[in-house]
Design a protein around this ligand. Structure first.
Ligand code: HEC
Length: 161
């Protein structure tokens, strides 16, 4: 009796395992792909924000000024920003119900959108050079222009919040 119960339990476990494995191998639906693409691009923006946050804190005086960290974070932003056009070109999520602040006009005005990402790369590189000089006043003074490259895109292509 106990063997029969154990036998059915392991059969059930095996069935669940096979079922789960099959479910996982099924191709994702367009809805799932849209949700995943949205999460990925938001992750890039979170990383941009993480790196920019330290620089802004130095400018506000809430973090100690460190030229090397400012330069490093600017270089990271210059590396991350080219992923913005890549990710938005990879999947147009306009037709899907996703939790997003991305305005649909992004896909109508891709060139303009991409240009704003390119401007961010340029702003990050310019800022990195100034930070590399180690001049605190010059670096802090350059933060606003650098951050402007973020806001310049948000003003046109992101929902107001
Ligand atoms: C080329 C346009 C563009 C540039 C440049 C840009 N952003 Fe954004 N950002 C967006 C769009 C569009 C969204 C909305 C994404 C979504 O919800 O799908 C967004 C979303 C965000 C978010 C919210 C992410 C989340 O949790 O959902 C943060 C934070 C952010 N951006 C910070 C930054 C910072 C910091 C910079 C500059 C270093 C920057 N962005 C540069 C277009 C841009």
């Amino acid at each position: 009796m106990i063997n029969r119960i154990l036998g059915s339990a392991s059969l059930l476990a095996a069935t669940i395992f096979v079922f789960t494995a099959t479910a996982q191998q099924e191709a994702p639906t367009p809805e799932q792909l849209a949700a995943s693409a949205t999460e990925t691009r938001q992750a890039v923006f979170k990383l941009l924000s993480f790196n920019m946050g330290t620089i802004s804190a130095m400018a506000r005086g809430t973090a100690e000024f460190d030229a090397a960290i400012a330069e490093r974070n600017a270089n990271r932003i210059a590396e991350l920003a080219p992923m913005i056009p890549e990710l938005f070109a990879a999947r147009d999520t306009r037709e899907f119900t996703v939790e997003t602040e991305a305005l649909p006009i992004i896909w109508d005005r891709m060139d303009e959108f991409n240009e704003k990402a390119t401007n961010l790369v340029a702003a990050a590189n310019t800022f990195a050079v100034i930070a590399r000089s180690g001049d605190k006043n010059a670096t802090v003074a350059a933060v606003r222009a650098f951050g402007g490259a973020c806001g310049n895109c948000h003003d046109t292509f992101r929902e107001d919040n």
